[in-house]
Design a protein around this ligand. Structure first.
Ligand code: UD1
Length: 421
């Protein structure tokens, strides 16, 4: 397995561009299953999870072709199977998002139940309950969700918890249902809105976009022709580089980003002492060589602090001036990076779902192990500021979510290299 070797060094500085958002690209690729005509999707990041989604669609008989601008055309006219097999779902839990579109358009879907997950149990009960309320017949047998329906029927759905892919699955299913579906307590994450905009461009009728109540007026078919849609910028990738720059006391500019999707993250970075300037599609962070101040926060659904930025901010806190209290409310087991950060010398104590961190002046390089996607990113940031060499093992996690991370960090002056196994 590949490793990353990082030499702790000086402040990051320079300019990089942010890639398309993984968490918007995955549902939008799945939503292409709803389209009668071929659609072209641009600004897709080059990531393992995207390749997995394409393999998933490819195995169903969907035709995918890449044009000279690296945009992918998805043509569902050749589809022959409505199955998402365990072999692919086990590598990417988000595969569950093909369930809603398959069921709504073809009346049949067989999707492997996602298995266990490093960061928590991540059930899909809300997805299933919502589809059943719309008239689907669902049976779970031999590790698979078997779903079938005549045409789905619009209804009022009140989600038990805010779930991002759950909202996406139900919203996609509702686009072709008979009548109106109202999704209350819907996730407001910008990626849900990006998906809704894509669906509306295809011919869906979704309103309330960006709020916690989505209203979907079902249509007979999504028939738009020649649609070309560019995925929104990745706010978590953007936040990760901003934190990396802040921890190193650096100054960076990130381009092709949407600052409005990062309000809470930018606010916490300002609290940490960063000077931040934004334009329509760029953000500049300048730490003026200072040590960060510790920031406390609690993760919660958008627009509150994103769980996908918790690990990166914990590194900032590990090196900051002062003590911080960080509470994780979304996933029950999302502190595995803490044990790895302790190996670098961080002073972090865990009490249930809360991490109490006393900032130290330095961390020291060691060999650590990436445990999940965002935990890996936090270890990379820690490596950039730890004294000496940090070796990160099991980095396949990082390739699921960060496009060209070594190249981008190298552009900013980071000393990082990949060693193939
Ligand atoms: C998505 C993101 C992930 C992010 C997470 C929270 C994608 C591909 N992934 O994951 O990066 O960390 O949102 O912002 O977009 N839950 C249930 N029952 C359900 C569904 C969810 O109990 O049927 C619970 C989960 O266990 C979790 C919480 O709801 O505790 C939120 O999970 P959810 O928003 O569904 O996360 P994902 O959509 O899987």
């Amino acid at each position: 397995m590949d490793k990353l070797i990082i030499q702790g060094g000086g402040p990051l500085s320079g300019e990089i561009r942010i890639s398309g958002a993984k968490n918007a690209a995955l549902p939008i690729l799945a939503a292409a299953l709803l389209a009668e005509n071929p659609v072209v999707i641009g600004n897709l990041p080059h990531l393992h999870d995207i390749t997995t989604t394409m393999s998933l669609l490819g195995q169903m008989g969907v035709q995918l072709s890449v044009d000279e601008k690296m945009r992918v055309e998805v043509d569902t006219s050749t589809i022959t199977s409505f199955k998402a097999p365990y072999e692919l779902v086990k590598t990417m839990r988000a595969s569950i998002i093909v369930l809603g579109p398959l069921l709504a358009r073809f009346g049949s879907a067989e999707v492997s139940l996602p298995g266990g997950c490093a960061i928590g149990s991540r059930p899909v009960d809300i997805h299933l309950k919502g589809l059943e309320a719309m008239g689907a017949k669902i049976r779970v047998e031999n590790g698979y969700i078997h779903a079938s329906c005549e045409r789905l029927k619009g209804t009022r759905l009140m989600l038990d918890m805010v779930t991002v892919t759950g909202t996406e699955n139900l919203m996609m299913a509702a686009t072709l249902a008979e009548g109106v579906t109202t999704i209350e307590n819907a996730a407001c994450e910008p990626e849900v809105s990006d998906l809704a905009h894509f669906l509306n461009k295809l011919g869906a009728k979704i309103s309330g976009i960006g709020t916690d109540t989505l209203v979907v007026e079902g249509v007979d078919a999504l028939t738009e022709k020649d649609l070309v849609y560019n995925i929104m910028p990745d706010r978590i990738e953007a936040g990760t580089y901003l934190v990396a720059a802040a921890v190193t006391g650096g100054k960076i500019k990130i381009k092709d980003v949407d600052p409005s999707t990062l309000d809470m993250v930018l606010s916490k970075l300002r609290d940490a002492g960063a000077e931040i300037t934004t334009g329509e599609d760029w953000i500049e962070l300048n730490m003026h060589g200072k040590r960060a101040k510790a920031v406390s926060f609690k993760t919660a659904p958008y627009p509150a602090f994103p769980t996908d930025m918790q690990a990166q901010f914990l590194v900032l806190n590990a090196l900051a001036e002062g003590t911080s209290v960080v509470t994780e409310t979304i996933f029950e087991n999302r502190f595995m990076h803490v044990h790895e950060l302790q190996r670098l010398g961080a002073d972090i104590k865990l009490e249930g779902n809360t991490a109490i961190c006393v900032g130290k002046k330095t961390l020291h390089g060691a060999t650590v192990m990436a445990t999940d996607l965002r935990a890996s990113a936090s270890l990379v940031i820690a490596g950039l500021v730890s004294k000496g060499e940090t070796i990160i093992e099991r980095i396949y996690h990082i390739d699921r979510g960060y496009e060209c991370i070594e190249e981008k960090l190298a552009l900013l002056g980071g000393k990082i290299r990949r060693v193939p196994s």
